[in-house]
Design a protein around this ligand. Structure first.
Ligand SMILES: Nc1ncnc2c1ncn2[C@@H]1O[C@H](COP(=O)(O)OP(=O)(O)OP(=O)(O)O)[C@@H](O)[C@H]1O
Length: 380
């Protein structure tokens, strides 16, 4: 069993002043213990984050969990009830002191952050730029080359495709060299086929520009693809924070597993730090006797074996005991196949995914085992 990690930064002691140790550079952005409330209801609940220059942190979570409100407080268009925001170690906002949004050197890119229709592509990108005309033109052209749109420099936005407009919006947001980029679902208006390419290009440009990026998304794949760090939010709180690999492989709770993929769940009770199931025993270290637990695992970590004269594979320490199931339904999904089994022991449905094409007929008997190093045991 993998024990749930202690989410970094959640239980940190409240203290004033940015997170700097002697001789260390302060993070580009630090938000500390932010709380926001609408109509008496707390919608952002003690959220703390640090983002370094050149790093992308994704606020990931379901609709309404407080991602956009957190972003709006960083942008300065919404005021927190309590908590502080620091940029490069300097306080820019607490409940008394507040640097106005236009002086925060923050770039914004939102899904519906439309381009100005009456301005050319070049003028859109130049919009927030100050300085000499030639300097501005040089920056605009450099950015349009970066997003590969120099050929549209004098065109109007409506001549461009959705993906191209999005790249102009990126260039416009980056033009004044913001220290921080805030992006709220910036790719969700785009065609699926365009999205992956634009995400990758955007990421490369953001890294080159060295801004600290906070990207809001409700799509786990987007967060996995873009983030150096994911802050998983639920009901206003950051429930887990870490590198995508850690958040995916060491989820804090059942909902964190379920947010990234389909899940299977077995119920059991602990006895002697072991949870007994039809798939054999699972380790539950430190869990007191008689505690109800759920054993959670992803369909991709179910192993399938063919039936051999009414028998399945022999038990192993890594896969436990095989349990018998009958195929209820199987579908090919493109990159993998999803097979649903009705289990003999309790009639429940269990899902397995198999790479490539595997579409057994309903009624076929198979034996299922679960990789012990890929399951999570959570007290209920
Ligand atoms: N101006 C407002 N007045 C009242 N309630 C608000 C306001 N803005 C947001 N809320 C509420 O605060 C909660 C958090 O909203 P927020 O937009 O931050 O969530 P989100 O995670 O970004 O969701 P989504 O992905 O749907 O935008 C929601 O329940 C929302 O209804």
């Amino acid at each position: 069993m993998l024990s749930p990690p202690k989410p970094d930064g959640i239980d940190r002691e409240r203290q004033r002043g940015p997170s700097v140790t002697e001789n260390a550079t302060p993070p580009r952005l630090e938000i500390r213990n932010l709380i926001a409330r609408y109509e008496g209801r707390v919608v952002v609940d003690d959220v703390s984050l640090t983002v370094r220059a050149g790093q992308v942190t994704c606020l990931l979570g379901p609709s309404g969990c407080g991602k956009s409100t957190t972003l709006r407080m960083i942008a300065g268009v919404e005021m927190q009830e309590s908590g502080e925001i620091y940029v490069d170690g300097k306080l820019i906002c607490d409940t008394v002191f507040r640097v106005p949004p236009e002086r925060r050197e923050i770039g914004l890119m939102f899904q519906d952050f439309a381009l100005f229709p009456h301005l050319s592509v070049a003028d859109n990108v130049a919009f927030g730029l100050k300085g000499h005309r030639d300097e501005k033109r040089a920056r605009v052209e450099a950015l349009l080359r970066k997003v590969d749109l120099m050929r549209f420099v004098d065109d109007y936005p409506h001549h461009l495709s959705g993906g191209e407009q999005q790249r102009v919006a990126l260039a416009r947001a980056l033009a004044p060299r913001p220290r921080i980029m805030l992006m709220d679902e910036p790719f969700s208006g785009l065609d699926n086929r365009l999205r992956d390419g634009i995400r990758d290009e955007t990421l490369a440009i953001l890294k080159e520009e060295d801004a600290a990026v906070v990207l809001v998304t409700h799509e786990p794949e987007e967060a996995m693809r873009m983030a150096d760090e994911i802050a998983l939010m639920r009901r206003g709180k950051v429930v887990q924070q870490g590198a995508p690999y850690n958040v995916f492989t060491r989820p804090a709770d059942k909902a964190a597993v379920a947010f990234f993929s389909d899940i299977n769940v077995l119920s059991s009770k602990v006895n002697g730090a072991l949870a007994e199931t039809p798939f054999g025993q699972f380790l539950a270290p430190g869990v007191p006797d008689n505690t109800d637990v759920e054993i959670v695992f992803r369909p991709q970590h179910v192993r399938l074996d063919f039936d051999r004269n009414g028998k399945g594979p022999l038990p192993t320490p890594t896969d436990g005991v095989a349990a018998r199931g009958v195929v209820e339904r199987a579908r090919f999904l493109g990159n993998e196949s999803l097979v649903e089994f009705r289990m003999d022991h309790d009639g429940s449905i269990l899902r397995a995914t198999v790479p490539n094409v595997f579409v057994p007929s309903p009624g076929r008997v198979m034996w299922l085992t679960i990789r012990r190093d890929r399951c999570f045991v959570f007290p209920v």
